[in-house]
Every structure is written in structure tokens, then in C-alpha cells.
Design a protein around this ligand. Structure first.
Ligand code: PLP
Length: 460
């Protein structure tokens, strides 16, 4: 990333603060044990710096807060729906909007409307909720991301790219009729927030057009993806993030969106499409799962805040500070020689638990153990993205063994300062220096769906 040598700072100042509880090592040891060594089961009160997720944890601007007061809480046809519709058309260029309570609500609608039993849904690496909704609709997810994405040390700048050869082979094998759409995530969360290049999207459009297959975005982190295109792809250095975001959308047929990431709100999401028939079916179905098609499970005020957040998310200065902070933490950890996924992605640092804890076998959950250890050291809450998150193969009942076994340090937007980043880096470094003492875990409770949220462990 070409941030210049001069110091930079955030394009905002702080108007209100939230006080944090400080804990002792003994309190943290007790808390993590009671949480079954699963950071999802900790009480937020017991956490000092919360890097569990950047989902719904961003700080809203004064504009967004004042937008809440403009909430039109009519059951049907709320003003805020039309404000959001306008924002979606302006910034993304899609025709039809269906609000949902969050991203997975939109994933459910899209999967139910477009996927038939026996269908194949190719995607650039799975995302937990996305894949589950595809499977619940009777589809089978197939990973068509480039091989580089599975290698935590490969420096290729667009590790989110779709491997067009893999996709073409899949089309040949199953026939285009079995593939309702290709699901393209920008950026790819599970690969470490790695971006897709514009060139790859153009080629994907060409290939899918040839076969009459649709392209649906997981556009949750699209502004972050646009930043990487601006920084690293030829021909885009002088284009605004807003223009790049709109160009990305232009090569696709619609998408699902979680407003809790890019769009800087605590709750909200939507489905957008250009095809009127898909829109009509989905806006019929949304009534069953979320609410009427002009609110989709959201309060009017939430739609207003999301519309404002979308506009703020595509500001160049905002994104430079957002990803600049992630980069700052990454640089600190690299200096300390902690193994992390490179290049540093858009929303957080992904520590490579396989290289951090080579003495712990993957089925003893090294990333889960490491997340628990970092919390115990400093009260910094991170999360596992490895074998626990990957779940089990439905047919064989065996664990999936993902190549990447990671601990994610996700940075909420506009929430923490550079001093917080220093404290985080020092804690991870301290745990790294004492890594040989860390032991693996055994799973003592395993829920059926998305087990990483609620599974419980004991120390071996
Ligand atoms: C968060 C996320 C989702 C799901 O959105 P929710 O609002 O949490 O339901 C889907 N895809 C990606 C890439 C995400 O990061």
C-alpha cells in the first residue's frame, strides 16, 4: 500500500466515548473457562478491546445519529425506504431493492428464489451463512477461488479472484442449466479480506454471459475491495472509490449486502437485483421471513442510517483511514515476526495459527486455543477462522480440514485508536514469545449449525 511517509490521521474527531471495564488476569482466566474457551461466549463486559468482528460494531457519525430522528415508522411505504432505494441506485447502480434485517436475510431470499434442488453454486471461497443458505435451498457450493487464496504467504494482491479455468471446468461438468449464478464475494472475508480485481470481474462477466449464467455479488465489503483496486490495479489510481464501486456492480446482476460492515450501521442489509422477475419473487418471499418489502425487518430509522452510511463508506478519506489502521496493526505484528496472512486484507489481521502453533494438530483446534490465549493475556477478544468455523461435511460427518487455520483480529470502523492498536500488537507478541506453552483443546459441545458460534471446549 502506498501510504506516503508523512503521518496521517483519521478524517473525524471523537464526540462521545464509551468507558471500558478493565479486568485482571485471574478474572480473565475464569471468564474464558466459563465461556468454554469460545470467545463468542464471553460477556462483552469482560472484554477490553473487542476484535471479535467488524460486523455491526462500527461507530456511527453524527449525521447517521441524526438520521435516526428522521425515522418514518409507517408499516408500508416509509420515506426512509425511498431514501435507501435512491442511495442504492446512486452508489451501486442496481434497479430493485429489498431491505432485510441483515445480510443473511438477503442470502436466504436469494437462495430460496434462485437455487433448485441439485443445483451447483460456485463461489470464491465459502462464507459461513452464505453457504448454509445455499445448502438449505438444496444447492451444493463449489469453491472456485484461485489457489493462491489458500496460501497464507503468497503475496499476490488479488487473492480473491475467481479461477476462470475451475469455473469453466465446472460448467462443462454439470452444464450451465445447473448453475443458477456465480456468487462473488468482494472482498473475500474467509481468505483474510482479500480483494477481487476489476479485470477478473470483467472476464467473469464475459464467461458467464457466454453461458447465460448470472453473477451475484456478496457486496458486504465492496468499498474495501474498491480501495485495493484503486491502490493496486493498473488504470485505477486516479479513480474515486465511489466510481470503482459502481463499476464493480456494473459487471454483475445483483447482490446481497450486510449493512453492518461497509455501511457503518449496527443492523441492516438488503438484496438488490436488476431482474424484475427475481425481484418480484423475492419481494413476495420477504413478507414471510422479514416483513413487508418496504421495511424487511428494519425500522425506518435503520434504513435512514444505512443510506447515510453507504455515502460515507465510499469516501476516499474514510477508506484510507479505515484500511490504513488495519495496515498499521499488520506492520507492528510483522515487525514482531508474528506469522500473519499476507498481504494484509481489508478488515483485519489474520494470524496464521498453523505457523504460530505448529505443535498443535488441526483437530485440536489451534486457532481456537490461540484466540482464548490472547484474551487471557490482555482482554483482547478475537475469533477463530479455521477448522471450527469450517464445520463438518454433511455426507461423511467428518470435519472439513481447511488449509487456512486462522485467528481473526477484526477492526471495527472508527472505534479504536492507534494506542489500542499498539496494545493489541504487544499482547499478540507476548503470546507468541510464550507459544510453546500453549495446549490444544477438545470440543465438548457441538451445535448442529454454524458450530463456531456456540461450541464449547476444554483444555487438553
Ligand atoms: C457478515 C457477512 C455476511 C452476513 O451478513 P450478516 O449481516 O452478518 O447476516 C455475508 N457475507 C460476508 C462477506 C460477510 O462479511
Amino acid at each position: 500500500m502506498s501510504l506516503s511517509k508523512r503521518s496521517w490521521a483519521e478524517p473525524f474527531k471523537i464526540k462521545m466515548v464509551e468507558l471500558l471495564k478493565m479486568t485482571t488476569p485471574a478474572q480473565r482466566l475464569k471468564a474464558i473457562k466459563e465461556a468454554g474457551y469460545n470467545t463468542f461466549l464471553l460477556k462483552s463486559e469482560d472484554v477490553y478491546i473487542d476484535l471479535l468482528t467488524d460486523s455491526g460494531t462500527s461507530a456511527m457519525s453524527d449525521q447517521q445519529w441524526s438520521g435516526l430522528m428522521l425515522g418514518d415508522e409507517a408499516y408500508a411505504g416509509s420515506k426512509n425506504f425511498y431514501t435507501l432505494e435512491k442511495a442504492v441506485q446512486k452508489y451501486y447502480g442496481f434497479k430493485y431493492l429489498i431491505p432485510t434485517h441483515q445480510g443473511r436475510g438477503a442470502e436466504n431470499l436469494l437462495s430460496q428464489v434462485m437455487i433448485k434442488k441439485g443445483d451447483i453454486v460456485p463461489g470464491n471461497m465459502y462464507f459461513t451463512t452464505t453457504r448454509l443458505h445455499q445448502e438449505l435451498a438444496g444447492g451444493t457450493f463449489v469453491d472456485v477461488i484461485i489457489d493462491e487464496a489458500h496460501d497464507s504467504e503468497n503475496l499476490f494482491p488479488f487473492k480473491g479472484n475467481v479461477d476462470l479455468n475451475k469455473l469453466e471446468a465446472l460448467i462443462k461438468k454439470h452444464g450451465a442449466k445447473k448453475i443458477p449464478y456465480v456468487c462473488v464475494a468482494v472482498t473475500v472475508n474467509m481468505a483474510g479480506g482479500q480483494p477481487v480485481s476489476m479485470e477478473n470481474l470483467k472476464q467473469l462477466r464475459k464467461l458467464t454471459n457466454k453461458h447465460g449464467i448470472k453473477v451475484m455479488l456478496d457486496m458486504t465489503r465492496i468499498a474495501e475491495n474498491a480501495f485495493f483496486i484503486q491502490q493496486n490495479e493498473k488504470g485505477y489510481a486516479n479513480k474515486s472509490i465511489a466510481a470503482i464501486v459502481k463499476e464493480i456492480c456494473s459487471y454483475t446482476d445483483g447482490g446481497t449486502f450486510s449493512g453492518k460492515k461497509d455501511a457503518l450501521v449496527n443492523i441492516g442489509g438488503f438484496l438488490v437485483v436488476n431482474d424484475k422477475k427475481i425481484f418480484e419473487e423475492a419481494s413476495n418471499l420477504v413478507v414471510v421471513y422479514e416483513g413487508l418489502h418496504t421495511y424487511g425487518g428494519l425500522a425506518g430509522r435503520d434504513m435512514e442510517a444505512m443510506a447515510i452510511g453507504i455515502a460515507e463508506s465510499v469516501q476516499d478519506e474514510h477508506m484510507k483511514a479505515r484500511i490504513g489502521q488495519v495496515q498499521y496493526l499488520g506492520d507492528k505484528l510483522l515487525e514482531a515476526e508474528v506469522p500473519i496472512v499476507l498481504p494484509v486484507g481489508g478488515h483485519g489481521i489474520f494470524v496464521d495459527a498453523k505457523r504460530f502453533l505448529p505443535h498443535i494438530k488441526q483437530d485440536q483446534f489451534p486457532a481456537q486455543a490461540l484466540a482464548a490465549e490472547i484474551y487471557t493475556d490482555s482482554g483482547v477478544r478475537t475469533m477463530e477462522r479455521g477448522i471450527v468455523s469450517a464445520g463438518r461435511n454433511k455426507k461423511t460427518g467428518k470435519h472439513y480440514y481447511p488449509k487456512l487455520e486462522l485467528v481473526r483480529l477484526t477492526i471495527p470502523r472508527r472505534v479504536y485508536t492507534q494506542a489500542h492498536m499498539d496494545v493489541i500488537a504487544e499482547s499478540v507478541q507476548h503470546v507468541y514469545e510464550n507459544r510453546k506453552k500453549i495446549k490444544g483443546l477438545k470440543m465438548v459441545y457441538e451445535p448442529k449449525y454454524l458450530r463456531f458460534f456456540q461450541a464449547r471446549f476444554e483444555k487438553l
